[in-house]
Design a protein around this ligand. Structure first.
Ligand code: NAI
Length: 338
């Protein structure tokens, strides 16, 4: 199938070209993001492939449909960047990659915990400058710490498994109790108990209207003073201003985030020669006890291979049968984000 790949980086090309040896699709790699200005580039392509920071609104979807596009292949799991109702109305189909490497994200959450706790980011700079003082680098044993996991699906369960290995006590909050987590000895509690008892809280639930700003001023007020908050899920789960206030008061002792509410304007691009205009983001970077990574938790070679393989197989299946195991059922999807 002829596919227009928007927003591609060198690493996308590398993994997709390798996977496509088997599928033989006619791929055109475009560097541009999908936007109202670039959407016309898709004209004549029956399929397009987009990433999480390519937004598709109703009028862009209309342009796609008019240009002959039938299939939107998401090289991501989430679909909250597409106007689903408009896509359904125009008869556009969508496929996605439901899981590519839960280990990648869970392990990155652990990387943030270890770095923040043992202040690796600060120690690295000190030693390079010949400063071998360890004053200010005091950490705590993870062993016997209480870890609260919000969202105990695929990633949350693997994260829980790893933290169990450190000897942590596990608390969980989810509408569904995952047997893997129960087997690890996780105790499911309500949110206020999880907030009150956890030394570390890690977010692994999706962003929905219900979970938007789950971590807000009221939630932070219930937490243990000096706790550690980790978010590798979606930026909108945390009210960033409330987190900044929590950091200033000491209520939050450590913050590790791979995602940020307004990340679409920043992440995945080299802005090192520009003045960043987002003052809230810049304020976050001033804290010594904050680590921000730019949505890289998924970024392992295994995950990229899986994304490429599943995306191309989705497109082949759709081309052959008009259906696909990873098709997004529009009505269900619309209901899930309402
Ligand atoms: P999953 O669907 O396996 O698990 C999500 C769990 O969250 C489910 O058990 C669900 O019942 C639970 N949940 C839903 N709403 C909730 C709420 N309001 N409170 C508590 N629990 C709730 O999803 P998976 O694969 O574990 O992914 C989790 C999240 O990780 C994704 O939604 C995505 O936002 C994020 N993610 C981040 C990546 C990154 O690179 N930083 C890459 C991939 C996913």
């Amino acid at each position: 199938m002829k596919i227009a790949f928007f927003n591609t980086k060198t690493y996308d090309r590398q993994f997709f070209e390798t996977a496509n040896i088997q599928y033989d699709h006619e791929i055109t790699f475009l560097e541009s993001h999908l936007s109202p200005e670039t959407v016309s580039l898709a004209s004549g392509f029956p399929a397009i492939c987009i990433f999480i920071n390519d937004y598709l609104n109703a009028s862009m979807l209309e342009t796609l449909a008019k240009g002959g596009t039938k299939l939107i292949a998401l090289r991501s799991a989430g679909f909250n960047h597409v106007d689903l109702a408009a896509a359904a109305q125009l008869g556009l189909e969508m496929v996605r990659v439901p899981a590519y490497s839960p280990y990648a994200v869970a392990e990155h959450a652990v990387a943030l915990i270890l770095s923040l706790n043992r202040k690796v980011h600060r120690a690295y700079n000190r030693v390079r400058e010949g400063n071998f003082s360890i004053d200010g680098l005091l950490g705590f044993d993870l062993h016997s710490s209480t870890v609260g996991v919000i969202g105990t699906g695929k990633i949350g369960a693997i994260f829980a498994q790893i933290m169990k290995g450190f000897g942590c006590k596990l608390l969980g909050y989810d509408t569904y109790q995952n047997p893997t987590c129960l087997n690890l000895g996780m105790e499911y509690v309500d949110l206020s108990q999880l907030f009150a008892q956890s030394d570390i809280i890690s977010l692994h639930c999706p962003l929905t209207p219900e979970s938007h700003h789950l971590i807000n001023e009221a939630a932070i007020a219930q937490m243990k003073s000096g706790m550690m908050l980790i978010n590798t899920s979606r930026g909108g789960l945390i009210d960033t201003q409330a987190a900044i206030d929590g950091l200033k008061s000491g209520a939050i002792g450590y913050l590790g985030i791979d995602v940020y509410e307004q990340e679409a304007d920043l992440f995945f691009e080299d802005l090192s020669n520009q003045v960043i205009q987002d003052d809230t983001f810049q304020r976050l970077l001033t804290f010594p006890n904050v680590i921000v990574t730019g949505h890289q938790a998924f970024f392992t070679s295994q995950a990229l291979s899986n994304i490429a393989e599943t995306t191309l197989s989705n497109i082949t299946e759709f081309e052959k049968t008009g259906n696909c195991i990873n098709i997004v059922r529009m009505e269900q999807a619309i209901a899930s984000v309402k």
